[in-house]
Design a binder for this molecule. Structure first.
Ligand code: ADP
Length: 151
């Protein structure tokens, strides 16, 4: 049973995240989307809202579970007996950043990280850009799944 964990802030989930989710489903038996709860990090959307958007977007997909976690991602992975972590890569700076985290996670717990390259048409999309557009009252509808509502 291959169980992947896709950790992230998902503040909010974007079409880029969703495309990674759909492609990863071809590689695993179960995908846990694990929304990080970091009390020190101020988010635009509450934990419940972030989880609800993901839930509504993936309703009815029995291979997907949605959860939240605090603390180290590797500890969460151990708890749920994950086979691998899943991360998306958009560009070289994502790669540099993700490389050190993946190497550290593997050293800490032996867990592998599976990387999927973003589809080129989504490589400019990030939750922070979506938040910026929301803050300036712009139209962000093409960047997020339809379940994502205005804060
Ligand atoms: P974090 O705060 O952990 O970086 P994010 O929600 O920003 O959480 O991102 C979670 C994962 O999704 C990361 O691996 C990130 O690189 C990936 N990701 C973000 N945006 C995209 C996108 N447009 N295409 C593919 N992957 C993406």
């Amino acid at each position: 049973m291959k169980r992947f964990v896709f950790p992230g802030s998902f503040d909010p989930i974007t079409v880029g995240h969703q495309e990674i989710i759909e492609r990863a489903l071809l590689l695993c038996d179960e995908l846990i989307i694990a929304v990080g709860e970091n009390k020190e990090k101020k988010t635009m959307f509450s934990l419940k809202e972030r989880m609800d958007f993901i839930e509504q977007t993936n309703q009815g997909n029995l291979k997907i579970k949605i959860d939240s976690y605090t603390g180290l991602t590797v500890d969460y992975c151990k708890k749920v007996k994950a086979t691998a972590l899943l991360r998306g890569l958009r560009n070289p700076s994502d790669f540099e950043f993700e490389k050190s985290i993946a190497q550290m996670n593997r050293k800490l717990s032996g867990i592998e990280t599976v990387f999927l390259l973003t589809a080129p048409e989504y490589s400019f999309i990030s939750s922070s850009i979506v938040r910026e557009i929301i803050n300036h009252k712009g139209d962000f509808s093409s960047l997020v799944p339809s379940a994502v509502r205005h804060p």
